[in-house]
Write a protein that binds this ligand. Structure first.
Ligand SMILES: Cc1cc2nc3c(=O)[nH]c(=O)nc-3n(C[C@H](O)[C@H](O)[C@H](O)COP(=O)(O)OP(=O)(O)OC[C@H]3O[C@@H](n4cnc5c(N)ncnc54)[C@H](O)[C@@H]3O)c2cc1C
Length: 348
């Protein structure tokens, strides 16, 4: 079978690249091995304009938002389901210094407009342990795993998806194209998440992978359409069921949940919740983060038709749509890649 693009990996990165192919009417085949780990499938899909202890505005947030709203609307129109939901994020301040930082940052020109001090705490009253103060940010939640599952089924029906493990050793490089088993493509785009470190064409890129773990907990009586950030993020998935996470670790890079991080999460939850809860699942994954916290995209220096779209790090849901469009403009319209994300500086 002949395709313009062979895309490897159906996390949020590969799915967004496939969507860009659909929009542009170019042929593609997406392959994925669901037995491998996918950070996207365990992510909460939180999009938070103000992050970290120092309340920093997410890099390029306005441009990202301008891209992710129509970007996910395209999936919603195609699959007739809502995936991107507006959410208030309530941030707890355990220390007076956090409250002071928040107040100071609220006055800043860049972050201030996204930070509010009026919040509705009714959902959490008498259910969580009160902290010194709270602030509010207008954010979003992307229902990532639902979107990926529905999109996969759509692509299967179109004959544009195959479930298989890609073996780099079996790629047949031709003058201007590649052959992989019975698949012939003009280009190959790798969207393998953290498994990129095993990709012989791109394994020298400076990834700074970060393992993350989370708990799925049952909290009867806690009902909220808001996201609470109090040490961990608490996000309601369905009635009584919440996503609680996530941890960070830069060693021990595998997809296995660890007892150590479970204990860390439980200790944090004990500091947050004033009502009983029960752990019903514990998951782990590896974020494809990069040294400079910028996505990675571009082409192999020798094999010009071998490309990568990766490095979405901790923010796949917000970064993905803007940069997938940028990347596909590079491939389809020959437009230059932004220097901040172009991998050519690393590959020489
Ligand atoms: C615990 C946790 C919580 C997170 N929470 C959030 C959040 O709230 N908001 C947010 O924006 N981001 C969050 N992230 C980050 C987000 O998940 C990532 O930015 C994003 O998922 C990266 O997507 P990706 O498609 O590059 O990688 P992945 O989702 O890992 O997808 C890679 C895909 O490639 C496939 N693959 C790899 N190798 C092969 C091969 N050889 N053959 C076939 N298939 C292959 C894998 O099966 C997988 O499906 C979180 C991450 C973690 C770990």
């Amino acid at each position: 079978m002949n395709y313009k693009y062979l895309i490897v990996g159906q996390g949020i990165a590969g799915s967004l690249v496939a969507m860009e192919c659909l929009k542009r009417g170019v042929s593609f085949l997406l392959i994925d091995d669901p037995s491998k780990s996918s950070a996207s499938r365990i992510a909460a899909g939180i999009i938070n304009p103000i992050t970290g202890r120092k309340f920093v505005k997410t890099w390029m947030y306005e441009a990202l938002e301008e891209a992710f709203i129509p970007g996910y609307k395209a999936f919603e129109d195609l699959l007739a389901k809502k995936y991107l939901v507006e959410k208030e994020i309530i941030r707890a301040f355990p220390k007076i210094s956090d409250q002071n930082n928040w107040d100071a940052r609220s006055l800043s020109e860049d972050a201030g407009p996204f930070m509010q001090s009026d919040y509705d705490f009714t959902d959490f009253e008498n259910k969580v342990k009160l902290k010194i103060g709270y602030g509010k940010v207008h954010g979003y939640q992307l229902k990532v795993s639902e979107l990926l599952e529905d999109f996969k089924n759509y692509l299967i029906n179109k004959g544009a998806y195959r479930e298989m493990s890609f073996d780099h050793a079996e790629v047949d490089l031709e003058e201007n194209s590649i052959t992989y088993r019975d698949i012939h493509a003009d280009h190959i785009i790798f969207c393998e998440g953290y498994k990129a470190i095993e990709n012989p064409y791109f394994n020298q890129l400076p990834f700074a992978l970060a393992k993350g773990e989370l708990l799925i907990v049952e909290i009867p009586g806690l009902e909220s359409d808001k996201i609470l950030k109090d040490g961990v993020f608490l996000v309601q998935l369905e009635k009584d069921i919440f996503w609680a996470g996530a941890t960070y670790a830069w060693d021990d890079l595998n997809e296995r949940p660890s007892e150590e991080k479970k204990v860390t999460l439980l200790k944090t939850l004990d500091k947050v919740l004033d009502i009983p809860y029960k752990v019903i699942d514990h998951k782990a994954g590896v974020r494809p983060s990069t040294d400079q916290r910028r996505p990675f995209m571009g082409s192999h220096p020798t094999h010009k038709y071998i490309h990568i779209f990766n490095g979405l790090g901790t923010k796949g849901s917000s970064l993905g749509p803007y940069w997938a469009d940028h990347f596909m403009n590079y491939l389809e319209k020959d437009s230059a890649l932004d220097k901040e994300v172009d991998i050519s500086i690393f590959l020489g």
